[in-house]
Ligand binder design. Structure first.
Ligand code: PLP
Length: 409
């Protein structure tokens, strides 16, 4: 580090995204000639569907290469609002003015947290939770409060657990369903109960529904907060095209928020990135408008994910005592790999992930990234044969030791 560079207070507690760090290490090993099975990645291994790519190319040829409104092109926001209104039972109609399209849903989350929370505020984060929630809340100078979910229920949090973690400084919570890293999905009843609690306490609820379409349960997309909310007064719903449409690199996400908050988020974004990339917005518009094609593309990818999930779960089912969250959504398996023998020792997940990468050539993400250090996250967004081979090697390492003592040895 340069002798002249002293990080500002803004970022003094920031750490690099652990999920990205694993991918970088796997890439480095690959560059050095090793064959690595990458089960660390948080992105679909499919190409963006052809009709979406074509829409972007057509848009570029038609001149969609300039700035747009900060909050995104109106037809896209109209399409987002129309789709949302199909879910809200008519409760407080979503207007295009409530929608802000951003450079990925990560920016939407940042916008929401930065506009809603500040010093002295506490934000409940069901844990394990996606690594960036904690950092984004910190960047807003608020305090993320991890709320450990119930391992027996896929680490989902209950009203009771949330209430116990709350203080008079609690201002909101971030709810992710389907969840990264566990794949757990909240039922309509569970979502309703949490909204009711938040309403009674005056908390904001930020719902991250980016994996909504990757749901393996009955009856279509996973339950959404928009379907059960009695009011949208303190509700922000985050979504995007990255995961369901295999469009991670296009960087399009959005928020649906009460109008006054959407206006603030737009103002913030206007000084940070301006509009999200124009051709990407037209690609996202095609994804939402061409419902029949999109439906078919999503169904094909979801079926492939389901097959891979089932194949990996079948391998893990052979392992006595192995703790695995059986996921109803997203494309991750969360696996318990032991317990640290003492607080001074490196955590079990990190040790396991490192050995799995270095000795078995499989990249996964240590659970410390999600504040549950005795677990690892294995992604099944990879070809079936890689998932099967990776899960087999993971099981082999697991079998080589039970718990931390033998993993460490
Ligand atoms: N939310 C969750 C739970 C995620 O796992 C991710 C990406 O890994 C994101 C948001 C960010 O998605 P985007 O690519 O739209 O920024």
């Amino acid at each position: 580090m340069s002798a002249f560079y002293i990080p500002s207070d803004n970022i003094s507690r920031l750490s690099e995204s652990a999920t990205i760090a694993v991918s970088s290490r796997a890439r480095a090993l690959r560059a050095a000639g090793r064959t690595i099975l990458d089960l660390g990645s948080g992105e679909p291994d499919f190409d963006t569907p052809e009709f979406i790519r074509r829409a972007a190319q057509d848009a570029i040829d038609a001149g969609a290469t300039r700035y747009t409104a900060t909050e995104g092109i109106l037809p896209l926001r109209e399409a987002i609002a129309a789709e949302a209104n199909g879910r809200t039972r008519g409760v407080q109609m979503v207007t295009p003015g409530d929608v802000v399209v951003s450079t990925g849903s990560k920016q939407s989350l940042f916008n929401a947290c930065f506009c809603l929370f500040g010093p002295g505020d506490e934000v409940l984060v069901p844990t394990p939770g996606w690594t960036s929630y904690y950092e984004i809340v910190e960047l807003a100078r608020a305090k993320p409060v991890p709320v450990l979910g119930d391992p027996a229920r896929g680490f989902k949090v209950s009203v009771d657990l949330l209430e116990r973690a709350a203080t008079s400084a609690t201002r909101g919570l971030i709810l992710n369903s389907p969840c990264n890293p566990t794949g757990a999905v909240y039922s309509r009843e569970e979502l309703s109960a949490i909204l009711e609690l938040a309403d009674g306490k005056g908390w904001w609820v930020i719902g991250d529904e980016i994996y909504r379409h990757l749901y393996y349960g009955e009856g279509g997309p996973a339950p959404s907060l928009l379907e059960v909310a009695e009011s949208r007064e303190k509700l922000v719903v985050i979504d995007g095209v990255a995961k369901a449409y295999a469009m991670t690199g296009w960087r399009i996400g959005w928020s649906i928020a009460p109008h006054a908050l959407a206006t603030s988020m737009k103002a913030l974004q206007s000084h940070v990135t301006s509009n999200p990339a124009t051709p990407s917005q037209y690609a996202a518009l095609a994804a939402l408008r061409e419902e029949r094609l999109a439906h078919a593309a999503i169904a094909e990818m979801r079926d492939a994910f389901r097959q891979r999930r089932d194949a990996a779960l079948a391998i893990f089912a052979e392992m006595e005592d192995m703790r695995v969250v059986a996921p109803d959504g997203a494309f991750y398996l969360y696996v318990g790999v032991g317990e640290a023998a003492s607080p001074d020792e490196e955590d079990a997940g990190t040790v396991f992930a490192r050995r799995l990468l270095d000795d078995y050539g499989v990249a996964v993400v240590p659970g410390s990234a999600f504040l549950t250090p005795d677990w690892i996250r294995m992604s099944y967004a990879a070809p079936l044969e890689d998932v099967v081979e990776g899960a087999t090697r993971l099981a082999r390492l697991y079998a080589a030791g039970s718990g931390m003592a033998r993993v460490v040895a």
